[in-house]
Design a protein around this ligand. Structure first.
Ligand code: NI
Length: 196
């Protein structure tokens, strides 16, 4: 090796190591499932609510809101999560009317506005149920980095595996963090109150 270049070798090696480390760090941030929700979520949708009206994210601007994906035939995760949220809203008292819960269907084939209306009404007036075409739902799920997959059951029936993250948005429609509904309702309610 040229004697003049020799001093540059350690610096070059360091640069390469640095770049690799940066690449690994970036890769893990982008791909780690637990970070999927924490990376920027863009709230953008045009879907039909439980009254049959088309709504977009602009209809929820100015108010903090929670967004959760699921389906009305869900046997466990959805009803449990929505029940936890309704308990937290009970804890909010008068402030409950200042925050929205948006439940977006990942089962557009079965979840009509009517079935969404029946379903969300059992959890409280703050709950909006949104559905749409298969394509519309796929686009929204992609933006929220929500995974869902149809799983066949016996007798022509099916269930749907899906991401169960509750997304918290502030009044400006910016994603804040995944919202933990599995804790004392008073604690969860306090986090929501901070956004008012
Ligand atoms: Ni579910």
């Amino acid at each position: 090796m040229n004697a003049k270049l020799r001093p540059l070798v350690p610096a070059f090696a360091l640069l390469v190591i640095g770049l690799i480390a940066l690449g690994v760090a970036w890769y893990s941030v982008v791909n780690a499932p637990e970070n999927a929700a924490a990376s920027s979520i863009r709230e953008r949708f045009s879907l039909v609510d439980q009254t049959g009206k088309r709504v977009t994210e602009a209809d929820f601007a100015g108010r903090p809101h929670l967004v959760f994906f699921g389906f009305t035939h869900c046997p466990d995760v959805c009803p449990t999560t929505l029940y936890e949220l309704s308990t937290i809203f009970g804890e909010l008292g008068d402030d409950a009317g200042k925050i929205d819960v948006i439940f977006i269907s990942v089962d557009p084939e079965r979840d009509t506005p009517q079935s969404m209306a029946e379903y969300v009404s059992s959890f409280g007036p703050q709950f909006t149920g949104l559905t749409g075409t298969k394509e519309e739902i796929a686009a929204v799920a992609k933006d929220f980095k929500v995974y869902y997959r149809k799983v066949p059951l016996e007798g022509n029936d099916y269930t749907i595996d899906h991401t169960a993250v509750v997304y918290l948005f502030n009044r400006r429609g910016e994603f804040v963090a995944p919202f933990n509904a599995k804790r004392p309702a008073s604690e969860a309610a306090a986090e929501l109150r901070k956004l008012l």
